[in-house]
Design a protein around this ligand. Structure first.
Ligand code: NAD
Length: 251
């Protein structure tokens, strides 16, 4: 229970990868703050399961992020995980979707980070973990905003790793390939339309075609990697972008 006494904020942790990371950090004793949207009763159940605090802040709004960070106080582990996707050819890409994707996947992490760093520096210890994506290293068509946001978060992470290098605070990206979560489920109809494919063709010929293992990554595997990055033994791991993508970006 090496994270006992440490407070961890995981954004976008009411679902999918963020929830798995929150569960994994909790299993090592961290005091969890959940964030994200969802059904009130479901969130209440998660809070009870994890003994967690919760903020429903909309991370597209900088003032809500500031209020959340003020309310929860210092965090030792910051996991910037909330993210969204939209699939469309660039000439049809809705402008509001572009802005929301850049806002949530990239700008929100800037705000939480700038607000969390002073206390981490003061304590001389901190872990910043950004859920990027295989799309921070490579691109797929029809995901212009997502790919731009994920390449952006990778560059942001390297920068803060350098700025914090002597302070005991590390900053790294985790870059999953396809993980079966509501985010993936939600992009299947648009991908079917954009590419003229059936659901099965999208799953096998578009999604799993990218992953040499031919398997979806499991959310728990991402959680385990986040736990490793919090360990003392990972103190010299900073500015890295950790692929967990079934070999996708090895090709
Ligand atoms: P998900 O849709 O299951 O979860 C997204 C979370 O973000 C939810 O908790 C949701 O409530 C929250 N959220 C959405 N909009 C928000 C907002 N405005 N303010 C606050 N919270 C908000 O998605 P997921 O697949 O678990 O994705 C989590 C992260 O992992 C994202 O950054 C995503 O880009 C990344 N990722 C996912 C995959 C994958 O295959 N699923 C692969 C690579 C990277």
């Amino acid at each position: 229970m090496f994270l006992e006494g440490k407070r961890a904020l995981v954004t976008g942790s009411t679902s999918g990868i963020g929830l798995a990371i929150a569960r994994a950090l909790k299993a090592e004793g961290a005091d969890i703050v959940l964030n994200g949207f969802g059904d009130e009763a479901e969130i209440a159940k998660l809070r009870e399961e994890l003994g967690a605090d919760y903020s429903g802040a909309n991370l597209l709004d900088a003032s809500e992020i500031e209020a959340m960070m003020n309310e929860i106080g210092a965090v030792d582990v910051l996991v910037n995980n909330a993210g969204m996707q939209h699939v469309s050819p660039v000439e049809d890409f809705p402008v509001d979707k572009w802005e929301a994707i850049i806002g949530l996947n990239l700008t929100a992490a800037f705000h939480t980070t700038r607000l969390a760093v002073p206390a981490m520096k003061e304590k001389g210890w901190g872990r910043i973990i950004n859920t990027a994506s295989a799309h921070s290293l490579t691109a797929s068509p029809f995901k212009s905003a997502y790919n731009a946001s994920k390449h952006g978060i990778a560059g942001f992470t390297k920068t803060i790793a350098l700025e914090l290098a002597t302070s005991g605070v590390t900053a790294n990206c985790i870059s999953p390939g396809y993980v079966w979560t509501p985010l993936i489920e939600g992009q299947i109809p648009d991908t079917m339309a954009a590419r003229g494919l059936s659901r099965e063709e999208v799953i096998n010929d578009v999604l799993l075609a990218k992953q040499p293992t031919k398997k979806f990554v499991q959310p728990e595997e991402v959680g385990a990697l986040a736990v490793f990055l919090c360990r003392e033994e990972a103190g010299n791991v900073t500015g890295a972008n950790w692929s967990i993508d079934g070999g996708w970006t090895a090709e």
